[in-house]
Design a binder for this molecule. Structure first.
Ligand code: ADP
Ligand code: MG
Length: 380
């Protein structure tokens, strides 16, 4: 575990950022983005895209690869980190970077500092990185096939985490205060306490057990299930009160698998207390006890974060919460060469409309980088 390598944040220019974002946009539909397409999306007034692409490869923010049918650029993990961290820095949410403090199942956790120098927690979501070549294909809104790539999955994971954390925090649940997010990165309050994995003895196990079960019920009555309620995702503050973390896999109590995951969360606590704290109780909540008092589950879908039911399905599949639907496997050689436009001239399948769309997305992404997520959510 080390530091984030952020030296590159200091000397890359606005144009570099724009070209990198252009590759990100191109990767929504193509595994590799050819140079001419990158140039067309980035649309730099002064040109010079190819020199910038070369520079970005040198810094390992991009890689240039040979595909089966065409060659092109791919955003690396580091490149994606750079885009998110640069955005968070530009809008003043982060001002310096510190050490890694944790590795989760699906993330890396760092301590960073805000503009006042206060330590806060940065979570980088890293999904789908292990089997990039085998992920199922998805159809985008044009019916084109594309990969449920690590870019897409990590991003919706972070978005979903931020949305749930915000809704929970606003209702007074014991969760870290959400601060901001961008792409696959979430900023939140640094919890002052210990993960329960590191706590081997409790002064009052009955009290903590009750607090945890009450928390599960309170979540349930608000319409949600945590879905991964285990000692890795529970911390105890100095006053002995639990704090819940790790939210991307949360689901609605109206979901068809809700009862299963509710019971699994409850059993997780029972099992932990039996095994580790030598405490057993016949008193534990049942799914049928829940009384709906709130609609936290539907609220997170309506708060302008832009995630859809389809995205939720893709993500819950990735977390192993729901079965994979049997969509066709993606096959590399079916990806057509994304040659550039003037349909007639080149006789290819890439239209000016689509290019306009990429460019529009690029402008949105770039202006978005400068706005804090908390103020965006307020606007909607
Ligand atoms: P994952 O989704 O990969 O499991 P988590 O959100 O559970 O990631 O975080 C992994 C670990 O990082 C936690 O077990 C905890 O030790 C630490 N951690 C996460 N968030 C915070 C936070 N806000 N404050 C302090 N430590 C944290
Ligand atoms: Mg976790």
């Amino acid at each position: 575990m080390g530091k984030l390598n952020v030296t590159v944040l200091r000397y890359l220019t606005k144009e570099d950022f724009r070209v990198l974002t252009a590759i990100e946009m191109g990767m929504k539909n193509h595994e590799l983005v050819p140079g001419p397409l990158a140039a067309a999306i980035a649309n730099l007034k002064a040109g010079g895209v190819h020199k910038i692409l070369k520079e970005l490869c040198k810094h390992k923010l991009l890689s240039y690869e040979r595909g089966k049918k065409y060659d092109g650029y791919r955003l690396t993990n580091t490149g994606y980190d750079y885009l998110a961290l640069k955005s968070l820095t530009l809008r003043g949410s982060v001002s310096s970077f510190g050490n890694q403090i944790g590795i989760g199942k699906e993330s890396n956790i760092y301590v960073v500092a805000d503009e006042e120098g206060k330590p806060i927690c940065l979570k980088l979501h890293r999904l789908g990185r292990t089997c990039f070549r085998n992920v199922k294909s998805k159809r985008d809104y044009h019916g084109r096939r594309h990969k449920a790539s690590w870019l897409y999955l990590s991003r919706i994971s972070a978005t979903r985490e931020f949305a749930y954390m915000t809704a929970l925090y606003d209702r007074g649940f014991p969760v870290p205060k959400p601060i901001d997010f961008n792409r696959h990165c979430v900023l939140m309050e640094l919890v002052n306490g210990w993960p329960m994995t590191q706590i081997h003895e409790l002064r009052d196990p009955e009290q903590v057990y009750d607090d945890l079960m009450n928390l599960i019920v309170r979540l349930g009555n608000s319409g949600v299930i945590h879905g991964d309620f285990n000692e890795f995702n529970l911390m105890l503050a100095d006053d002995g009160k639990p704090i819940l973390i790790d939210f991307p896999q949360m689901m609605s109590t109206s979901h068809e698998n809700a009862e299963f995951f509710f019971e699994r969360d409850v059993n997780c606590v029972r099992e932990l207390f039996r095994r580790k704290y030598n405490y057993e109780s016949e008193d534990y909540p049942k799914f049928s006890d829940l009384k709906r008092e709130d609609d936290l589950d539907t609220e997170v879908h309506c708060t302008g974060y832009g995630f859809t039911k389809e995205m939720e399905k893709d993500l819950l599949q990735e977390y192993g919460m729901i079965e994979e639907s049997d969509e066709e496997e993606y096959e590399d050689d079916e990806d057509t060469v994304p040659k550039l436009v003037d349909g007639e001239k080149t006789g290819n399948n890439y239209t000016n409309d689509e290019l306009d769309e990429y460019r529009q997305q690029l402008e949105n992404e770039i202006s978005f980088s400068e706005v804090k997520a908390s103020s965006k959510a307020d606007d909607s």
